[in-house]
Design a protein around this ligand. Structure first.
Ligand code: MRU
Length: 349
């Protein structure tokens, strides 16, 4: 498939440092920040310079490379014990996306096998492998997910940002949308603006405009009314963590979209790589839900939009029960009407 519909990259390793596009500044400004220590990388994840489950995992893997390099330069072989604190720091950056812990575990397993000497080249190769594998998984999910969309489906609805900015490249749900658009199956993408952080309007619309895919933004509260019109065939979203039974945590508002979709007879698709699946949790009730600062709700673009004295409740994610999901698409295959048994079979394949 042509790269005309995939022009953005959020994460780059260039020469000897990590570059992250500062997603807080988009769409007004495309600025890359440079990182060379793990504390700054953990801060960037927490502050959402970089966000989106796969992108957080990839960034943390590069954070481990920076940590190992710094510790080895300062301490020689003492780097092995010193790096535990850096891994803890990266792990504490955000709680919900399991890709973060998955990537750190993969780096930790490699560290355990390394012999004496500079660990940087081997760790960098592993981080780059994680990055490449994510793009390949997205491409595969793009094909699998697009195949579920019937020709002439016309309209799709998505929530949050699941594109190149949220991943190693191409995207999960947005990858499916890109593939379906390239196959001529999509006339228009509707994107929820995704309050409070506006990933839909600031990031998804930006990616789609860059790639010349027609996009209409709507306020989150307008999506039920949109579905009632009858044009939307699929709601397509990503995930931050999927439990063993298929319950899926994703950006706050996803659950409401799934309830509305079922009510209106609209199909609901979750697209995520297997690095997002947490088989240690039987169902979604064990998924930690990040609570973020009230200011994200009480203000907009730095301006107060609520009276002083009002408080805010700001969960960053919700959990959509598997019973509301028609299809989970991973790089290993499609699980229709997910159950624990079907998820286990897909993971084992
Ligand atoms: O708080 P964010 O912006 O990191 O939340 C991102 C999401 O909820 C995405 O939908 C999810 O990570 C899937 S991204 C491919």
């Amino acid at each position: 498939m042509s790269d005309r519909h995939d022009t953005v990259r959020a994460i780059e390793w260039r020469d000897d440092h990590l570059l992250l596009i500062d997603q807080r500044l988009l769409p007004q400004e495309s600025r890359y920040n440079s990182y060379d220590d793990p504390q700054a990388v953990a801060d960037a994840i927490r502050a959402m310079v970089v966000r989106g489950a796969p992108a957080i995992g990839i960034t943390a893997a590069y954070g481990v490379v920076l940590a190992a390099r710094g510790r080895y330069t300062a301490l020689g072989e003492g780097w092995r014990s010193a790096i535990a604190a850096d891994l803890d720091l990266l792990a504490a950056s955000r709680p919900t996306a399991v890709n973060l812990f998955w990537a750190l575990e993969r780096m930790r397993r490699l560290i355990a096998t390394l012999e004496a000497g500079d660990p940087t080249p081997a760790l960098l190769a592993e981080a780059e492998r994680i990055h490449r594998e994510d793009v390949a998984a997205n491409r595969r999910m793009g094909e699998l997910g697009a195949a579920l969309i019937t020709a002439g489906a016309g309209e799709l609805l998505t929530h949050c940002n699941t594109g190149s900015l949220a991943t190693g490249g191409y995207g999960t749900a947005l990858g499916v949308i890109r593939s379906a658009y390239a196959a001529g199956k999509v006339a228009r993408v509707y994107a929820d603006e995704t309050r409070p952080w506006l990933q839909g309007s600031r990031l998804t619309a930006w990616e789609l405009v860059q790639d010349a895919i027609p996009v209409s933004l709507l306020a989150d509260g307008a999506s039920a009314h949109l579905m009632k019109q009858g044009g939307v065939q699929w709601v397509i979203v990503g995930a931050d963590r999927i439990a063993a039974n298929g319950d899926a945590a994703n950006k706050i508002g996803t659950y409401a979209a799934a309830v509305s979709a079922r009510y209106h007879g609209v199909k609901f698709m979750v697209v995520a790589p297997t690095s997002t699946v947490d088989m240690s949790l039987a169902d979604g009730s064990g998924i930690p839900i990040e609570q973020r600062a009230p200011e994200e709700v009480l203000s907009l673009a730095g301006r107060a939009i609520a009276p002083a004295g009002a408080e805010a409740w700001n969960p960053a994610f919700d959990v959509t029960p598997a019973t509301l999901i028609d299809a989970i698409v991973t790089e290993k295959g499609v699980v229709l009407n997910p159950t624990t048994e079907k998820m286990a079979a897909m993971m084992a394949s």
